[in-house]
Design a protein around this ligand. Structure first.
Ligand code: SAH
Length: 450
């Protein structure tokens, strides 16, 4: 017997948040998860999905709204899967993110650390990369973002978290696609040409890249390329990326340049970076600079250090530290990113950086065998966090400091717990909001050798 019955109404007070940004109300300890509520609110809800351990509910009435509740700025918010927490004002979003980091670090891992206030800012029009699926529904071209847990598109004319020039270009391209009757890809039959449009721009939008991601290499874009070039002189790069696989992965392996180069250039913490269409680059420029600056301050470099920049991508973190270190060693698994990192080092006149291509969990043990030592190791893994083999070799390298940047508090707490059981201790963790309006949480910490 569960504490709640499907379709029945209940009242409760929101006690806490899940890491997905849902509110938790409890009935005799049994949790019910509710979207679009704030901590402290008294709500009436209906149980919509019930199992033996928890239920999901739908709010029917907010009885006592929080002072931090607001009307979502975006008219598509309740259909679109892109944002999850637009009903929270900026302060409530910051509190939610701090709270989730606290739950992970102090409750889950029991580390007893200070969690600093979330470093917030730039809540709207921040995404420098937009990946927009294109479909044809009942003969109409639709472009926008997916509904939650589906591949149905919400037809969007204006997104509040992507850069506004991306909104303009998105609508411009849509008109052209209609005019040119461009062939659009159909997921079910695996027929048709255009799958996605990707738009990426640098921090001041002085360089913009547009990518047509297509099923096959047929080029139907010549007149759109010409029109884009005329209407948007800052579009410096147009690329066709070919993805003819039946897959959810957006980019394929091959790109053809249609205009300019296959990259744009951005400046981050004073260094220049070439970014190619498929390379990873943080989506929120201003907040990323804050994040990396906090990480660099934590590293407190003097100029004599050897650092290892693991999960280095196109080299951003290590190169941002380049004027305060003796040597940089980078490790990254994507070959084009390693090429980019090497080129970015050159571009900035840096000759003390070496990059290794491979998995961190394979390269790091190899470096240990070769007797490599380092003073500071930067760790910036994807959501799944670090492999044990990587952590074991990191412990063997025995750096003075480990600066860990994480996009997932749950793997951060797991890895920090392991490191703290093996001689590395942190005192504080700082959440930095790289993804306002969404449930995603970034955090940075430094662990010091004890
Ligand atoms: N530090 C970079 C990139 C961080 S994203 C920046 O801030 O821009 C994480 C990076 O880890 C990606 O570039 C991804 O390709 C890489 N990666 C993922 N799994 C890896 C692994 N097992 N070993 C090494 N790199 C990996």
């Amino acid at each position: 017997m569960t504490a709640v019955t499907k379709n029945k109404s209940y009242e409760g007070i929101v006690e806490d948040y899940t890491h997905e940004g849902m509110g938790i109300v409890k009935i005799d300890g049994y949790p019910v998860f509710l979207p679009d509520v704030l901590k402290g609110e008294k709500v009436e809800y209906k149980a919509v999905k019930v199992n033996s351990r928890y239920a999901f509910g739908k709010v029917t009435h907010v009885i006592t709204p929080s002072a931090n509740r607001r009307t979502p700025p975006c008219e598509y918010y309740f259909q679109c899967g892109g944002c999850q927490i637009q009903v929270m004002d900026d302060q409530a979003q910051a509190d939610f993110k701090k709270q989730v980091v606290n739950q992970n670090i102090n409750q889950q891992a029991g580390l007893d650390l200070k969690i600093n206030d979330t470093v917030s800012g730039h809540p709207l029009y921040y995404r420098n990369k937009s990946q927009i699926p294109v479909q044809k529904i009942d003969g109409q071209v639709v472009m926008g973002f997916y509904k939650p847990r589906s591949h149905d598109i919400v037809n969007i004319e204006h997104c509040y978290i992507q850069k506004d020039v991306h909104n303009d270009i998105m609508l411009f391209i849509k008109d052209k696609l209609i005019e040119e009757e461009t062939s659009i890809y159909d997921e079910k039959s695996h027929q048709g040409l255009l799958r996605h449009i990707a738009i990426r721009s640098n921090s001041d939008d002085s360089e913009i890249q547009v990518v047509f991601i297509t099923n096959g290499k047929r080029n139907e874009f010549l007149s759109i390329v010409k029109a884009l070039k005329e209407a948007y002189p800052n579009v410096k790069s147009i690329v066709q990326n070919i993805n003819d696989e039946k897959t959810n992965v957006i980019f394929g392996k091959r790109s053809i340049v249609l205009l300019g180069h296959d990259f744009i250039t951005d400046t981050l913490l004073g260094q220049s970076f070439k970014i190619r269409d498929r390379s990873f680059y943080q989506v929120n420029h201003a907040q990323t600079e804050k994040l990396y600056q906090i990480g660099l301050d934590m590293a407190d470099l003097s100029g004599d250090e050897t650092i290892i920049d693991t999960y280095s991508g196109i080299g951003t973190i290590g190169l941002a530290a380049s004027d305060r270190v003796k040597k940089i060693i980078g490790i990254e698994v994507v070959d084009s990113a390693v090429e980019d990192a090497k080129e970015n080092a050159k571009l900035n006149g840096i000759d003390n950086a070496d990059y290794y291509l491979g998995k961190a969990e394979e390269v790091m043990p190899q470096l240990v065998k070769e007797g490599v030592s380092a003073d500071v190791v930067f760790v910036d893994p994807p959501r799944k966090g670090c492999h044990n083999e990587f952590l074991d070799s990191l412990i063997k390298v025995n750096p003075e400091k480990i600066v860990y940047i994480s996009c997932n508090p749950s793997t951060l707490q797991r890895d920090m717990k392991y490191l703290s059981e093996n001689g590395f201790k942190a005192t504080e963790v700082t959440p930095v909001d790289l993804f306002p309006q969404t449930k995603h949480i970034e955090a940075v910490t430094v662990l010091k050798r004890t």
